[in-house]
Structure formats: structure tokens, C-alpha cells
Design a protein around this ligand. Sequence first.
Ligand code: 13P
Ligand code: SF4
Length: 312
Amino acid sequence: MSHGTRRFWYNVRMTTIEEIRALKKERNAVILAHNYTRGEVQDVADFTGDSLELARRATEVEADVIVFCGVYFMAETAAILNPGKTVLIPDPSAGCPMADMITGAQLRELKAKHPGAKAVCYVNSTAEVKAECDICVTSGNAEKVMATFAPDQEILFVPDQHLGGHIAGLLGRTYTLWPGYCPTHQMVTAKAIADARAAHPGAPVLVHPECAKDVRDAADHALSTGGMCKFARESDAREILVGTETGILHRLRKENPDKSFYPVVERMVCPNMKKTTLENLAAALRDMKHVVKVPEEVAAAARKAIAAMLEI
Ligand code: 13P
Ligand code: SF4
């Protein structure tokens, strides 16, 4: 790319960022972004975090409008927690394949087969599924939330078999696991971890609990993306290997310029998390689109499951 072309795109980007800042003021809006979104989106956001931090932040927003940069279930959670506010998602097609692996009807069928069981959903689920559950968890609080159940309480855990299996293992319990999974986190393998360790001897390996058991076993820590940011801040390690969606590297490197971060799998990208761009973020604020709406009867039931989690 020539210097002139680079300069042109730099100016376009700066103009879009300036437009976003002006529109944000005009609309009295706040921009929330997930740790996996594009670096330029994280940089323009008011707050970047993991699912739990974003859900908590969504309860503290004073602005009239929340623009949610992430995937649909996250924007839906913000809408459920803020019935009086307008929640926008720049690209409404940004779904989460794992969240779509179970429907409300399938969960109702499962519950009917297990009377007396408590239904627990990972926050990566649709509002309709949350509405069927007793409580919701995120990867940042799952162990703490699940520890509140009596050890002999029967649990149906949906939709992520890996997070459910991870927590059951930590607490020494057995859950009925829905066979859902994250296609992006399937990309990490124990062999990829061994290769990364060989290239960076001594570097701790962080993976997300959405990774399979053999991958979690091969790593040093299974953490939420917020947990990874905390680990990076507090660790003395100069090099850290990261086995999750590579969007998080932007934040890790920005917050820890004295440390080096390497992806365990270079091409580990969640395509849906990359759907938010500066351009569609500006368009969302300009045209007040796409409004995230959850029918109130579903939202009311889902809100109970999310509130139960936030109370713990
Ligand atoms: P975190 O809550 O850890 O950010 O995870 C969200 C997610 O979608 C992981 O794939
Ligand atoms: Fe869903 Fe996986 Fe993307 Fe997270 S990384 S949003 S679980 S598809």
C-alpha cells in the first residue's frame, strides 16, 4: 500500500471515529464492547470487558442508549437488564452458534424428563432459553454460582458441555450436560498447546473454559476473558500463551506493553465478533438501528435468571 493510500484510509478512520464520538454525545449513548471485538472498536468503546463485566456494566448505565458491540445474546442481556433504554447492535446478524444449539422447546422437553432438576444456562444462550432457567452463569462466575447448589441437587447445564464439564470437575459434581460447544474454541488442540510451549518454554498457557477437557488439562489455567486480563496484569511472566479468540490480544498488549502475548492458534477468530466495524457502529448511532427487542414476558422470566446470578 502506498503512503498516499495509507494516509487516505487513516483519514477515513479518523473521520469515522470523530463521527462516532459526536453522535454518542448527541444520542446520550454509551458504547460497550466485548474483549473479542476488533481493536479499533475496543478503542472507541466506553467500556470493554467479558460477559459478566458487560452484564454488570449494563445495569449501571445512565445513558439513554447502549450500543452493544459483541454478539446478539450479549446485546439481548443488556436489553433485558434495561427495559427503559434503547439497546442497539450494529450488525444484528452477529449471532453465537453455541447459543443457537438449544432452543426453548428443547430445554422444556429436557426439563420435563428431569422433574426436580434445576436448569442452569451459560449466558451464551438465547433470551428464550434463559427464560426457562433457574439461574444463569458466565465463565467468570460459574464456579461461584454453581457452588451455591447443594451437592446432591440435580443440574441440567446448557448449552456448553465444556464449561459445564469444567465446573462439574472443579466442584466434584455430575451434571446433565447439553452437547453444545463453541466452534471457535474447538480450534485449540492439546497438540497446538504442546507446539506453543516448545516455541515459548516456560510461558504460562491460558485457555477459555469453552475449550475441550484435554485442552484445558494441557493448559495452566482455564479463565474467562476478564480472568485472562487480570492474570496478565498480576503475573510476573514476561511471555504468556493465549488459547482463546485472538481479539483479546489487542487489549492484553495495550494494557501490558512490557509483556509479550502469543496466540496458541493464530487463526482463532470468531467471525461474529468481528462483524462490528467502525462503519456499522457509526451507522447504528446515526440511524438509531438495529434496536434489540425482547418480548416482555420472555424478558421478565430471563431477567430473574440473570438477576439471580448478579446477586451472588
Ligand atoms: P467471556 O465471558 O469469558 O468473555 O466469554 C464470552 C465468550 O463468548 C467466549 O467465547
Ligand atoms: Fe459464541 Fe464462540 Fe463466538 Fe464466543 S467465541 S461468541 S462462544 S461462537
